[in-house]
Write a protein that binds this ligand. Structure first.
Ligand code: BES
Ligand code: MN
Ligand code: ZN
Length: 508
């Protein structure tokens, strides 16, 4: 879908469908004046639909009217409650519109900017969010489909009209910026959705290498030999069960803007290409979706792709900790003690708590070798986080209040909500081991997301650190599908990319 901007009103463009947003109105509210011109175009059909109570501007509401004497259509979409309206509600509306138009033969849709730049949402932000939602909702994972579905639209026009014509330049700038981010999310979905037979650690390394070539990033791939020499016993232990798909640690470096970038930010992602649980094997039902256990690493990869094009100020180092967790004669076992990069030891009590084991090497390696000013990790780390927060908020655990606050700000603007959770001395106590420095599991189930975070904190030293547990938000499957926003159409979402781009651009 192309995104263009015109200074005309939507009706003056050559759109075959005119898109008009509407805030929710009371049951007995009079027909809104703002729709008078559209009603005239519809020959009174819109006002009649209003009178019947069909049109009220509710979230997700879509009304399509075909105009007599032509092929043009009018689509009125709900923006939901005024007091809740903002960038996220606008993104959701864009998603519903795009879903409604799929397969309906429209080519060009023009959205009236004045109808979505309402309340406190400025025109550039409104159009960027709307286009983001529309584009993300139109995503389909085509790789294994013989007949892909038709695209909703070829061109989405932001129609500024007289009211907003003066904002054309800033709208274009916002859309160009959004385009880079949205494209990286779409790109990440094509990788994140791949099954574990294709998306192996080696495959992810190849993706990183070709990304590096395309965008001028320095990429280093550490294979099992090098990991051995470096002392990365965590990644090696988890990846040791897979005789065909050996583990990889991948580092991607973006140099930052100018000669002296303001800071270095490290991003570390969990890249378990398949999590069977290993010797502590998972029940069959929960296993298929564990192809998404690489979501953190894929989000880091795609963020690096976006960051290189956005040319953000900080230096950014992305680290992907990739391994396949499967049982075999060479798999690590419950009871094993592994030595990680830098020397700390882990008592393995449960081979299914493997994410924290691979991250231990990635976190301590990047901290020691790149001396970052802050570290942010993303991981589909615990089922406990899904139990605690469900499918919309990711867990945020941080040792630094400023970092936490900025991430929260960036996330509310990008529509990827985070909820901060407390890691206390009790949780640190719970992950101490009798025989090693830490243990990867505890005998008592409570606070599983927090003990996992406490475990990770042992590998970041004093560096300000934030951990995002994206187990519930990284992908949509099964029961979650009914509740997912329209711009997350199923499978891998790319959660975290948009929020990290905002954060790294200093646009919290
Ligand atoms: N990848 C899983 C966590 C997960 C669960 C992600 C559900 C997405 C949906 C992780 O490796 C895992 O198995 N965690 C265990 C930890 C436990 C053994 C301490 C869990 O959450 O049950
Ligand atoms: Mn696991
Ligand atoms: Zn896992």
């Amino acid at each position: 879908m192309q995104w263009t901007v015109e200074r005309k009103d939507a009706w003056e463009t050559d759109a075959d469908v005119v898109l008009v947003g509407l805030l929710e109105a009371d049951k007995d509210a009079p027909f809104p004046k703002s729709l008078a011109a559209d009603d005239a175009r519809s020959g009174g059909a819109l006002a009649a639909a209003w009178t019947r109570g069909e049109v009220r501007g509710k979230r997700g509401e879509i009304t399509v009217l075909t105009l007599t004497g032509g092929t043009r259509r009018l689509l009125v979409f709900g923006l939901g409650k005024a007091e809740r309206y903002g960038a996220e509600a606008c993104r959701v509306a864009g998603g519903f519109v795009s879903k409604a138009l799929r397969g309906k033969g429209g080519k060009v849709g023009a959205v009236r900017a004045a109808s979505i730049a309402v309340r406190r949402l400025a025109v550039p932000d409104a159009l960027a969010a709307f286009a983001d939602g529309a584009e993300l909702a139109s995503y389909e994972f085509k790789r294994y489909k013989t007949t892909p579905r038709p695209a909703p639209l070829d061109n989405l026009v932001g129609a500024l009209g007289k009211e907003h014509a003066a904002a054309a330049a800033s709208v274009r700038k916002a859309l160009d910026r959004q385009r880079l981010i949205t494209d990286s999310v779409l790109w990440s979905r094509d990788i994140g959705n791949l099954a574990a037979d294709t998306a192996t650690p080696e495959f992810l390394a190849e993706q990183a290498l070709s990304l590096g070539k395309e965008f001028g990033l320095k990429v280093t791939v550490f294979d099992e030999k090098q990991l051995e020499e470096m002392g990365c016993g965590g990644i090696l232990a988890v990846g040791g069960g897979s005789t065909h798909h050996p583990p990889r640690m991948i580092a991607i470096e973006y140099a930052g803007k100018g000669a002296r970038p303001p800071k270095t930010v490290a991003l570390v992602g969990k890249g378990i290409t398949f999590d069977s649980g290993g010797i502590s094997i998972k029940p069959a039902l929960a296993m298929a979706e564990m192809k998404f256990d690489k979501s953190g690493a894929v989000a880091v990869l795609a963020t690096m792709r976006a960051v290189a094009q956005l040319k953000v100020a900080p230096r950014v180092v992305g680290v992907m900790c990739c391994a396949e967790n499967v049982p075999s004669g060479t798999a690590y076992r419950p009871g094993d003690v592994v030595r990680t990069f830098g020397g700390k030891t882990i008592e393995v009590l449960n081979t299914d708590a493997e994410g924290r084991v691979v991250l231990s090497d990635g976190l301590s390696w990047v901290n020691a070798t790149h001396k970052p000013n802050e570290i942010i990790d993303l991981a589909t780390l615990t089922g406990a986080c899904v139990v605690a927060l469900g499918y919309d908020n990711a867990g945020l655990m941080a040792t630094d209040d400023r970092l936490a606050a900025e991430l929260l700000k960036a996330s509310s603007a990008s529509g990827e909500p985070l909820w901060r959770m407390p890691v206390t001395s009790l949780h640190h106590e719970m992950v101490k081991s009798e025989v090693a420095d830490v243990r990867n599991s505890t005998e008592s189930p409570p606070a599983g997301a927090l003990t996992a975070a406490a475990f990770l904190s042992a590998f970041v030293g004093d560096t300000p650190w934030a951990h995002l547990d994206i187990a519930g938000t990284a992908y949509v499957s099964g029961a979650g599908a009914r509740f997912a926003p329209p711009y997350n159409p199923g499978g891998f979402n790319g959660f975290g990319i948009r929020l990290l781009c905002r954060y790294l651009s200093g646009m919290g």
